[in-house]
Design a protein around this ligand. Structure first.
Ligand SMILES: [Zn+2]
Length: 280
């Protein structure tokens, strides 16, 4: 007989966030910081191939957390690689950690080619995921110019009818092939997506059935851009895979998809506990 390993069988309840009765009502609220722990923080910025030390007095950080700082690397995501809790410094000598991304993901996900997808609104909501790439914006007013008068509509089945410069379409196809469309959410006929170019770009659109309209990208180039085209190719591919593989789940009003590499990079990197289950 072999000894039991000494832990109780963990019974997993289906995860529904606290206070959520009707999933369709769910809106994301960022977690509150309970007990900040002062620390000197070494942060690695992969985009800059550089590690710098910051002071933190606002958060309770762990190694692997995705954070944003002030100073020259403002707006660039970094990973916590080391924490020191015993130190003597002048805080004014250091720049600070200003935001920690919430990379906790709960719920069931399906594989869909290069991406992973969920039909649960609380699993990877856009408001959470955008914080993995950009710190929350300050109160600077955004100017949104509706494309209503432009009035272009196209369907996912006829992307060749989209009004786009052929060179931009080609670059968009490259972006799609490179899995630069890292995230798409479609909720109540509104789509939003994150595309990694020289910086993260946000694309938004309306989608009713397979008809797309009111497309916007915050790269602010005139007309449709490579980011938009890449998003449409990715969405079309994922919907096709979803229909082929998960036919019984086809009838959904919510979908979010994330590139596998971003998922593993953010969701798994700082986990020291938690549970996954992979089924066919
Ligand atoms: Zn764009």
């Amino acid at each position: 007989m072999c000894e039991k390993l000494g832990f109780e069988v963990y019974k997993r309840p289906k995860y529904i966030p606290d206070g959520v009765k009707d999933e369709s009502e769910y809106t994301y609220t960022p977690p509150r910081v309970i007990k900040p722990r002062k620390a000197l923080v070494e942060i690695y910025f992969s985009q800059k191939h550089n590690t710098l030390t910051y002071y933190n007095d606002q958060f309770n950080l762990s190694v692997g957390d995705t954070v944003f700082v002030d100073g020259v690397y403002e707006g660039i995501p970094g990973k916590v690689v080391n924490l020191t809790y015993t130190f003597k410094i002048k805080p004014s000598d250091y720049k600070k950690v200003v935001f920690v991304a919430d990379t906790d993901v709960y719920g069931e996900l399906e594989f869909a080619g290069s991406h992973i997808m969920s039909i649960n609104r609380y699993t990877m909501p856009y408001e959470k995921v955008i914080g993995w790439f950009k710190p929350p914006v300050n109160d600077e007013e955004e100017i949104i110019i509706s494309a209503e008068e432009y009035g272009e509509k196209f369907t996912l089945d006829e992307l060749n009818k989209m009004k786009i410069d052929p060179l931009k379409a080609e670059r968009g196809h490259d972006y799609y092939m490179d899995n630069r469309v890292v995230f798409i959410e479609v909720k109540d006929c509104v789509g939003r997506a994150i595309v990694l170019g020289s910086k993260p770009y946000e694309v938004s659109f309306k989608i009713v059935g397979r008809e797309v309209s009111d497309v916007m990208c915050d790269c602010f180039c005139a007309g449709n851009c490579k980011h938009v085209y890449a998003v449409m190719l990715q969405l079309k591919e994922t919907l096709k895979l979803s229909a082929e593989n998960y036919e019984d789940e086809w009838d959904f009003d919510y979908l979010s998809i994330m590139s596998k590499s971003v998922f593993f990079d953010h969701v798994f990197s700082n986990k020291t506990f938690g549970r996954i289950e992979i089924k066919n």
